[in-house]
Design a protein around this ligand. Structure first.
Ligand SMILES: [Zn+2]
Length: 453
């Protein structure tokens, strides 16, 4: 057998290995059955007005349908993906090392991760991977086994699927437990592959690993934490969504935003714009902290809401516009509406910011006229429409277009000029513009039906 030895570089914070059982206790252990099938399920449980809890459940087939369910600590992110791994861990630990194990699940997460991605993760030293604690633990437990382990995805309508549903039932009951279970995430002896491989890794991965070590020591900025809380409250009040910090950060990177608007939102979440209190501590620059229009302290809320007369929204709604969810009567997500909302909110906020900069830097405090503001906004919105049309038309690599054509049609339909005269698929029509009906008549005073002025 050819064996390649790869040089690995050390990383800080490797997981602990647990000592092996003493030989005498090992000898006393009863030999288990030859083969066992375990059905696993991991789901999230969201009772109304309470925090989401995730739990793992297993049903073992061999010894009279033994079952177990455990709740998952809230520090581990509460998602079905993670819960499924906890269930797989429980399943692997529930049988002896010499027993052939078949793990059956309704989801392919564990199978795909362990068969397709494990090699890459180990090579990259698990750098930048969320939930690596549990993923690593499952991989190590599987490596410590002496008998084979099989993964199977239960197809709908089969007996296996019914058993998985039974495991999900056990798991749901476990999720209601008042205290979550403390999970032992130590690895069996000699299974951890510490560090990351020097060979075959990209510069990007090494850099990511170094960044990870450096940022670990940093405490979150108080102003960022405050902003995140503002967004979280808005998402709950308006869209009835309970979101984590990760959800908020991810929402800024949604493809619905243009990079310029996304950067603006990101900077805002970090309070990184040089406005208001930024200047109050700098000698001879105190004047810059004051709004030139009304001589109040200038902060983002003042610029976006008070100065621009955008009354029906809050700062949290604007910064969290990527979290917007619109559903139809049957609870299905309306992707077009959601996308239009995100585009309009982000572009509007960015336009207000640009106008403010123009006023302060180029016009010496003189505000733009209503007509000028309106024209700039119309131009920005129509520019997005034209860009969407191009991306949905122009095929990349001779195959699929960069944007799904149906999504573009769903996004803009209902807002276009002379829409009745246009064909249903207007993507290839030369003159398509957002109609003047979609814009408010007098800018900065009246609101359209979406509350965007
Ligand atoms: Zn002002």
């Amino acid at each position: 057998m050819r064996r390649t030895v790869r040089v690995r570089v050390h990383r800080v914070g490797e997981p602990k290995e647990r000592p092996d059982l003493p030989a005498r206790r090992r000898a006393r252990q009863m030999p288990g059955p030859e083969k066992v099938t375990v059905y696993i399920a991991g789901t999230i449980h969201t009772p109304s007005s309470k925090k989401t809890t995730a739990a793992a459940g297993i049903v073992t087939e061999s010894d009279g349908g033994r079952s177990a369910g455990k709740c998952i600590l809230s520090v581990d992110e509460q998602s079905q993906y993670v819960a499924e791994f906890f269930a797989a861990l429980e399943a692997t630990r529930s049988v002896g090392k010499e027993t052939a194990l078949t793990i059956v699940s309704a989801q392919p997460y564990v199978r795909d991760a362990m068969n397709k991605k494990l090699w890459r993760w180990e090579n990259e030293g698990w750098a930048g991977l969320p939930h690596r604690g549990i993923l690593r633990c499952v991989a190590a437990e599987l490596k410590a086994r002496k008998a084979p382990t099989f993964f199977k995805v239960a197809l709908p309508g089969t007996l296996e699927r019914t058993m998985c549903r039974q495991a999900a039932g056990i798991e749901k009951r476990a999720a209601r437990a008042p205290t979550p279970t403390a999970w032992d995430l130590t690895l069996p002896l000699h299974t951890a592959l510490p560090g990351m491989s020097l060979a075959g890794n990209r510069q990007k991965i090494f850099y990511r690993s170094i960044r990870e070590e450096k940022t670990k020591k940093l405490t979150p900025r108080a102003s960022t934490v405050k902003k995140l809380e503002v967004v979280r409250t808005a998402a709950y009040e308006i869209f009835d969504r309970r979101v984590s910090d990760t959800d908020i950060w991810r929402s800024v990177y949604t493809k619905d935003f243009l990079p310029r608007a996304a950067q603006f939102l990101l900077k805002n979440l970090h309070n990184a714009h040089k406005i208001g209190t930024y200047w109050t501590h700098i000698p001879e620059c105190e004047d810059l902290a004051i709004c030139q229009g009304c001589e109040d302290l200038e902060n983002l809320e003042h610029i976006l809401l008070e100065e621009s007369h955008w009354p029906e929204v809050t700062l949290g709604t604007i910064l969290g516009c990527g979290l917007a969810e619109f559903r139809d009567d049957r609870g299905k997500i309306k992707p077009g509406t959601q996308r239009l909302y995100r585009i309009l909110m982000s572009e509007s906020a960015y336009q207000i910011w640009r106008l403010r900069n123009e006023r302060v830097i180029e016009r010496d405090g003189e505000p733009a006229s209503d007509d000028e503001i309106m024209n700039k906004w119309k131009f920005a919105v129509n520019q997005r429409l034209q860009m969407d049309k191009l991306l949905a038309n122009r095929p990349r690599k001779g195959e699929r277009p960069a944007l799904v054509p149906l999504l573009v049609l769903e996004t803009w339909s209902g807002t276009l000029d002379n829409e009745r005269c246009l064909p249903t698929d207007w993507l290839r029509e030369p003159k398509v513009l957002v109609g003047s009906r979609a814009f408010p008549q007098t800018p900065a005073r009246r609101q359209n039906s979406r509350g965007i002025g």
